[in-house]
Design a protein around this ligand. Structure first.
Ligand SMILES: [Fe+2]
Ligand SMILES: [Fe+2]
Length: 178
């Protein structure tokens, strides 16, 4: 099992005991009502938004910690990068959500400011730029690139999980084995 994949698998069974300090920097934010409410929204087919942000946050945390970068901001930005309280597939709000890909980083950043008045520049920038290259501007800080990478990595895995039965069975075995 590759190192990155192994860390990713761990996010499906993450607890304060096996999180390598992730919960000490992000546990409080992770247990807010706003963040926990993300469980009700589908993100990538069978994977809900809470699971998705947990994967992105934990991988970003681990990568930044390994590189000696700002792992706390990376963890927090990962948790809040998709902090929007709607299902973008919901047709009831008309055509508005069709532009979800472009609009949600700004909305997530606004919600993050509301939830965390102490949101720092690295976190704000990473949230608002995480959909690159769809949203054209590149992050100002290196942690932002890690978020972009982790987001795409997790999204790919989540879609594979939802669309490929063989992959899903193997993945669930890996989760049990960790
Ligand atoms: Fe996003
Ligand atoms: Fe995301």
């Amino acid at each position: 099992m590759g190192k990155l994949y192994k860390e990713y698998v761990k996010t499906y069974n993450l607890s304060p005991e096996n999180s390598d300090g992730f919960y000490s920097v992000a546990g409080e934010l992770l247990s807010t009502e706003e963040v926990l409410s993300l469980e009700q929204y589908e993100q990538h087919l069978e994977i809900n938004r809470l699971q998705h942000i947990l994967g992105v946050a934990y991988l970003s945390y681990k990568i930044c910690k390994r590189l000696g970068w700002d792992f706390k901001s990376a963890a927090r930005a990962g948790i809040m990068h998709d902090l929007v309280y709607y299902d973008w597939r919901d047709g009831e709000t008309g055509g508005w959500h069709r532009l979800h890909g472009y609009k949600h980083p700004r909305l997530a950043a606004m919600n993050a400011c509301e939830l965390c008045p102490d949101l720092n520049k690295i976190e704000y920038d990473a949230i608002i730029k995480h959909m690159w290259p769809l949203t054209v501007r590149l992050p100002k800080f290196k942690e932002g690139y890690v978020i972009i990478f982790a987001d795409k990595y997790c999204a790919t895995r989540e879609l594979m999980y939802s669309l490929n039965k063989k992959y899903k069975d193997k993945f669930l075995d890996d989760v049990k084995g960790i």
